[in-house]
Design a protein around this ligand. Structure first.
Ligand SMILES: [Zn+2]
Ligand SMILES: [Zn+2]
Length: 378
């Protein structure tokens, strides 16, 4: 075991507390990663604030980027010194994984949200070296170091700034993948995105890359709608100011849009989103929520011929999609860093609050202050 520092959540609604903790040695299929930076995602906050239950104490964080320090004997695709982005874990052997759908891995829950390894062992322990601490997404990137399985890891080019790429492992992957893999829209399609957070904005950037003709952003904050327009939205609607359904019908000649994403999880918004899905269209509610919304099967799905589609992690294979997103970024087509703001590790609670209040869209905490990127991005 090695002594490391991590931001621990000891009880629901408590602040993150940076503590000395112990990190288990890697198994043969695992690697040790020194975390350089990590995004904060709404899912971390949903668990910390008790909107969804999690086994505590826990170390959250699942948008980590860092440098590999040690690899287990059975790891062949990753070497010490590699720069990596961490995403979710998958088994690689089940029916879904073998069909190229690791985001629907049959062991996804056990691997990613049970808080333990698949054999039930913990990876982190409290200072007493006995009390286990839960991991999240088999990653726990709010720590100076972590142990992850080979499947969590995507190797990236060393020229990329590790202080911005962590969120490519969750928020940006989810939003872009929902469009690229979940919808796979025809050129010239129309799409509406409810909510202009990381997932929503990533979906808009992806819709732009995928040559959608109409990309409608819906939110309740004008400043965020301005950001959406800069990142690819062709239309912006403030749902506090106008009737969204009427407005979208006006834009689309009465049809609604071919594709719709809800990232808000608010029941009335989730219902409106189905409303503005065109006949034969596809609607993906992707927010992490236990909230429900009503469906009239005959009107919506029968006569309406609408599809409600469940899409997890953008149905993306991180090892393929993350380098692709970096390529789009380098070409100026996926300017995701525009919505990132950096905080020190010690400011993790301020960073989380700034995200929850909507002041910052994607906070990233920089854990390794000594890291110097090859390409400096101010
Ligand atoms: Zn996330
Ligand atoms: Zn699997």
């Amino acid at each position: 075991m090695r002594e490391v520092r991590a931001a621990v959540v000891n009880a629901v609604n408590e602040d993150y507390k940076i503590e000395k903790v112990y990190l288990d040695d890697p198994k043969t299929n695992e690697v040790v990663v020194r975390i350089v930076a990590s995004g904060i995602c709404h899912t971390d906050e949903a668990f910390r604030l008790g909107h969804s239950a999690y086994r505590l104490p826990a170390i959250f964080g699942h948008e980590g980027a860092g440098i590999v320090e040690e690899v287990g004997e059975a790891v062949h695709s990753i070497n010490v010194g590699d720069h990596v982005v961490l995403s979710y874990a998958f088994c690689g052997r089940c029916h879904s994984c073998l069909h190229g759908k690791p985001a629907t891995c049959e062991d996804w829950s056990v691997l990613n949200v049970s808080g333990r390894r698949i054999n039930g062992e913990a990876i982190f322990y409290k200072e007493d070296r006995v009390t286990p601490i839960s991991t999240l997404m088999a990653q726990s990137s709010f720590a100076t170091h972590t142990v992850v399985s080979e499947s969590n890891v995507t190797k990236i080019d060393k020229s990329v700034d590790l202080r911005i790429v962590g969120p490519l492992g969750c928020g940006f992957l989810t939003g872009s993948g929902t469009v690229f893999n979940g919808f796979n829209p025809e050129v010239g399609s129309t799409i509406t995105v409810f909510g202009t957070g990381t997932v929503g904005l990533a979906a808009m950037m992806a819709a732009n890359v995928a040559a959608a003709a109409v990309i409608i952003a819906v939110d309740i904050h004008n400043h965020r709608l301005e950001t959406a327009k800069k990142l690819g939205a062709t239309h912006a609607i403030n749902s506090r100011e106008v009737n969204v359904v009427e407005e979208i019908r006006k834009i689309t000649g009465g049809h609604g849009t071919n594709y719709v994403i809800d990232t808000t999880g608010v029941p009335v918004v989730m219902r409106t989103a189905l409303e503005v899905t065109a006949q034969g269209g596809v609607y993906a509610p992707v927010a992490v929520t236990d909230n429900q919304f009503s469906i009239t099967p005959f009107t919506d799905l029968g006569v309406g011929t609408k599809t409600i589609k469940g899409i997890l992690m953008g149905d993306a294979i991180p090892q393929f999609s993350i380098p692709q997103l970096i390529e789009f970024y380098n070409q100026g087509k996926f300017p995701f860093d525009a919505i990132i703001e950096r905080f020190d590790f010690e400011q993790i609670n301020e960073a989380a609050n700034a995200s929850n209040s909507g002041e910052v869209i994607k906070p990233v905490i920089v854990i390794d202050k000594n890291y110097i990127p090859k390409t400096y991005i101010p």
